[in-house]
Design a protein around this ligand. Structure first.
Ligand code: MSP
Length: 517
């Protein structure tokens, strides 16, 4: 058997200054969905997530809680691991930047960049925002109504003057501009790539990459009063996860460069400008792609702690169901755009796409087989044109959704699958198998076979998005565990006549508002 192709996907690592909310869950979910898809499609996947635990912001949050930084990090980081378990994220590793393996990796990368002549010591004087952990030029700042200077994100800034190491970012403009044009697309969506490109074309200034005014971080090798800038530390997690600095290791050879760094649009510049420049400066290949997704608002409002409208992923999953939330978040918004979280939209998706469309299709066809065909999948019999047509539509799904997945167009994947669900409902209703019960049981068998076959294929195809519901559905049709992949054995195969069914149970319940129950 040929070796499986590797696929390495990463989430941003989350700051531990705050507990996880819907935004964090969203990014990791998107990666989980991609990772599961690729595994089902025969890839050897490594999916990495974790927590970003150093820097001034975390140090301050720990102090505000009266805790030692590491004690505080342990607690909040644990909450992110709980979320991953709770949402059935299939990450292969969870990295914490306070781990020894990561310190070793950061220091090795630093030394390599420095040895290549890309780091020099100077003095930084300028604006810094602790909330954003970012440096800003005077020209980028806004003025608040009370006269205070603010970052473009609205975060407060402070004037910093200290000795600092600098990274020669200005030397990498041309190499970066070339990298953006490497195919297949290194930065997506395209509109975001254009933003990043014009930022680079506008000219890059060297970047301050160390601080001396606090101590919670990785010391600069050879000058330990300097702490590495938290972003160089954080970005390096992607290398650490692949086994860096052991570049000769099987793991590193296999998984680097990363296939996709998934990030929110807020942190694209760090990933699509600084990160590839750091890597190239250390003679390491930059990632194959950075994808920036959009932000969620809550019922039309920006999500913020001060507005008190933060959405807790644990709560919404408890209320609506895990697979339902996973489906909604990935289906509702063209992936890459901003989206609005609303209860009405969530309930619509659950009741219409899941309960009515897919749920009914499966339940009606499987129940009819259970009752009228001795609980066994009937003979396929003689296929008519309409039968062939719907089977062909199902068979065409995998190549179509592969292409969308390769561009991270997750909502398009789901739309494409649901188009076949809806066509199959039209087919089933049009064929009226219930009316054939007394007139033509052979034809009834064919219609039920064809519908069950489409349900089987959809059941396999949706495993990446709704793992539990898909398994329940496939269990009811008694599909073997090794016949649930995206291959000849699995989705590309055919349902076996005579396969015994379990009593069909509705897999996608309707959502009924509590007061109407
Ligand atoms: N620690 C840095 C990332 C370092 S990666 C080397 C960081 N952490 S964060 O905790 O602030 O998480 C940021 C990520 O959370 C965003 O990039 C985005 O992926 C996600 N989101 C946070 N709020 C969000 C929304 N309201 N909507 C969608 N995603 C959002 O930045």
């Amino acid at each position: 058997m040929p070796a499986k192709k590797p696929f390495y996907i990463t989430t941003p690592i989350y700051y531990v200054n705050d507990i996880p909310h819907i935004g964090h869950a969203y990014t990791t979910l998107a990666c989980d969905v991609l990772a599961r898809f690729k595994r089902l499609d025969g890839f050897d996947v490594m999916f990495l997530t974790g927590t970003d635990e150093h820097g001034q912001k975390v140090e301050k949050s720990a102090a505000a809680k009266g805790k030692a930084p590491i004690e505080f990090c342990n607690e909040v980081s644990e909450r992110f691991r709980e979320l991953a378990k709770f949402m059935k994220f299939s990450n292969d590793d969870f990295i914490r930047t306070t781990e020894e393996r990561h310190k070793v990796s950061c220091q090795a990368l630093w030394k390599k960049i420095e040895a290549n002549g890309n780091i020099y010591l100077d003095k930084y004087s300028g604006w810094y925002s602790v909330r954003d952990e970012a440096f800003y030029a005077e020209s980028e700042l806004q003025t608040a109504s009370n006269g205070d200077k603010l970052a473009p994100t609205g975060a407060p800034v402070e004037w910093v003057e200290e000795e600092s190491y600098f990274f020669k970012l200005s030397a990498w403009e041309e190499k970066l501009l070339n990298w953006y044009e490497t195919l297949p697309e290194t930065v997506l969506p395209k509109s975001r790539k254009n933003e990043v490109k014009s930022f680079v074309e506008g000219g890059l200034r060297d970047l301050s990459v160390s601080r001396t005014s606090f101590s919670w971080g990785v010391p600069v090798p050879g000058n330990e009063k300097h702490i590495m800038y938290v972003w160089i530390d954080a970005l390096t997690n992607y290398l650490t996860g692949a086994g860096y600095p052991n570049t000769d290791s099987e793991k590193f050879q296999k998984f680097w460069p990363a296939d996709v760094h998934m990030v929110g649009k807020d942190i694209l510049r760090f990933h699509a400008v600084y990160w590839p420049a750091f890597l190239m400066a250390a003679d390491i290949e930059p990632p194959r792609r950075v994808f920036a997704h959009g932000w969620w608002t809550n019922e039309g409002q920006k999500i913020s702690k001060s507005l008190g409208n933060v959405i807790d992923p644990f709560e919404i999953v408890d209320e609506f169901g895990l697979d339902q939330v996973r489906y909604f978040l990935m289906r509702e918004v063209p992936f890459g755009n901003d989206g609005d979280f609303s209860r009405t939209a969530m309930i619509n998706r659950i009741n219409s796409d899941l309960a009515n469309d897919l749920g009914n299709l499966a339940q009606r066809s499987l129940s009819m087989i259970f009752k009228n065909c001795d609980g066994k999948i009937p003979d396929q019999g003689q296929l008519k044109e309409e039968d062939e047509k719907i089977l062909q539509a199902a068979d065409d799904l995998l190549p179509a959704i592969r292409e969308f997945m390769d561009m991270q167009q997750i909502n398009k994947v789901l739309e494409t699958i649901w188009k076949v669900v809806s066509d199959c409902n039209v087919y089933f209703a049009g064929q009226e198998p219930w009316a054939l019960k007394n007139t033509d049981t052979v034809r009834m068998g064919t219609v039920l076979y064809v519908t069950a076959e489409v349900v089987r294929q959809i059941g396999i195809l949706i495993r990446f998005i709704m793992p539990d519901s898909a398994e329940m559905l496939l269990d009811q049709i008694n599909i073997d565990g090794d016949k649930r992949g995206y291959d000849q054995l699995g989705v590309l195969g055919r349902l076996k006549t005579g396969t015994k069914l379990d009593k069909p149970e509705g897999v996608f319940p309707r959502y009924v508002e509590a007061e109407n129950k």
